[in-house]
Design a protein around this ligand. Structure first.
Ligand SMILES: Cc1cc2nc3c(=O)[nH]c(=O)nc-3n(C[C@H](O)[C@H](O)[C@H](O)COP(=O)(O)O)c2cc1C
Length: 286
C-alpha cells in the first residue's frame, strides 16, 4: 500500500493505480489460496473470490464493485495508450484498497489461526492414533515402556483408587500363549512386547468402577505409544470371565488380581491416517 501512496506523492498516478490494484489483488489471492485455489488469470481469482466470499456474504456486497473498479483502472493504467489518470480517482483507489485490506486482513488472520489449530490437532496423538496389529521385529526400548506405564498410571480413577498393576513381557513363549488366549488376540503374536494391565479386587473404595478406571488407563497407554511413534492395540479381556481366567493363568496372577486387557506394543509395520468419526448428528444440545 505504501508504494501506491509514494507513487501518488511523486505524481506517478499510473504506477500508483497499479500498486493499489496489486495490494487488493494479493489480499484476495491470499484468501482464495486458503481454498487451494489459484489461477494464472487475475479474472479467475477475482471470480472465485466473488463467488465464494462476496456472494456468500463473508465480505460486504460492495467489495466486488471496488475490486472490479481497481482491476479496470489498473488495466487502463498499464495497457491503454495515452490514458490520463485523474489524481482524485487515484487517491480514491488508495482509499478503496485500504478499506478492502482493512476487512480482508482480520479475516485472513482468523482463518490462519484456525488452520494452525487444525494442524496442531493433527499432530495430537488423539487424532492420529489407530490400532496397530502388525509390528516390525525391532525391540521397544525400556525407557519407552516406562513412559507408557507412567502415562497409564496418570489416568483418573474412581476415588483415586488406582486399581492397576501392569504385567509386561517380551518372552516369545508367553506372548504366543497370550495371542491364543482369545480368538481375537492374534495381533499379539508378532509384537516385541506385550503389556497386560491388571486390577486388584481387594481394598477398592469403588470396586464396581475398577474396570472403568482400567479403560481410562488403557487409553493412556495407546495414546502414549502413539506419541512415542510406536503402535499398539487393545485386545479386550475384561469383563469376560473366561478370558480373564485364561490370561490370569498364563501370567500366574495373584488371587486378588484380574486381567483387564492385552496390549501388544511395538514399531508399526505400517501406518494409516485415522478416519474422521465426528458426527454432528450424535451431538445433542439442550
Ligand atoms: C474394549 C475393546 C476391545 C477390543 N478388542 C480387540 C481385540 O480383541 N482384537 C483386536 O484386534 N482389536 C480389538 N480392539 C480394537 C478395535 O477393534 C479398534 O479400536 C476399532 O476397530 C477402531 O479402530 P482404531 O483403534 O484403529 O481406531 C478392541 C477395542 C476395544 C476398545
Amino acid at each position: 500500500m505504501s508504494d501506491a501512496v509514494f507513487m501518488l506523492d511523486k505524481g506517478k498516478l499510473l504506477s500508483s493505480l497499479n500498486r493499489s490494484y496489486y495490494a487488493i489483488f494479493n489480499a484476495i489471492r491470499a484468501v482464495t489460496l486458503l481454498d487451494n485455489f489459484d489461477s494464472k488469470k487475475h479474472k479467475g481469482v477475482i471470480a472465485h473470490f466473488n463467488q465464494y466470499y462476496v456472494k456468500t456474504k463473508i465480505f460486504p456486497p460492495d467489495t466486488y464493485k471496488l475490486i472490479e473498479s481497481a482491476f479496470k483502472l489498473r488495466g487502463y493504467a498499464d495497457y491503454k495508450d495515452m490514458y490520463i489518470a485523474d489524481r482524485q480517482e487515484t487517491q480514491e483507489q488508495i482509499s478503496n484498497a485500504e478499506y478492502l485490506i482493512s476487512i480482508i486482513k482480520p479475516y485472513l488472520l482468523e482463518r490462519w489461526a484456525e488452520i494452525e489449530q487444525e494442524e496442531t490437532l493433527k499432530m495430537n496423538a488423539i487424532f492420529t492414533r489407530t490400532s496397530t496389529r502388525q509390528f516390525t521385529p525391532e525391540k521397544v526400548e525400556s525407557k519407552y515402556i516406562i513412559k507408557i506405564i507412567r502415562a497409564a498410571m496418570a489416568a483418573p480413577s474412581a476415588c483415586n483408587q488406582q486399581p492397576w498393576e501392569f504385567w509386561i513381557t517380551d518372552d516369545p513363549e508367553i506372548i504366543a500363549r497370550l495371542s491364543q488366549s482369545t480368538p481375537y488376540a492374534t495381533p499379539a503374536k508378532n509384537a516385541p512386547v506385550v503389556i497386560v494391565p491388571c486390577y486388584r479386587t481387594n481394598d477398592l473404595p469403588a470396586a464396581p468402577m475398577a474396570i472403568i478406571d482400567m479403560a481410562m488407563s488403557a487409553e493412556n497407554i495407546l495414546l502414549e505409544a502413539e506419541e512415542l511413534g510406536l503402535g499398539a492395540v487393545i485386545i479386550g479381556i475384561a469383563p469376560l470371565e473366561e478370558r480373564m481366567k485364561a490370561v490370569g493363568e498364563i501370567l500366574k496372577l495373584p488371587e486378588n488380581f484380574k486381567a483387564f486387557a492385552i496390549i501388544p506394543v511395538g514399531h508399526p509395520a505400517s501406518k494409516h491416517p485415522q478416519e474422521d468419526r465426528y458426527e454432528p448428528s450424535k451431538v445433542h444440545t439442550l
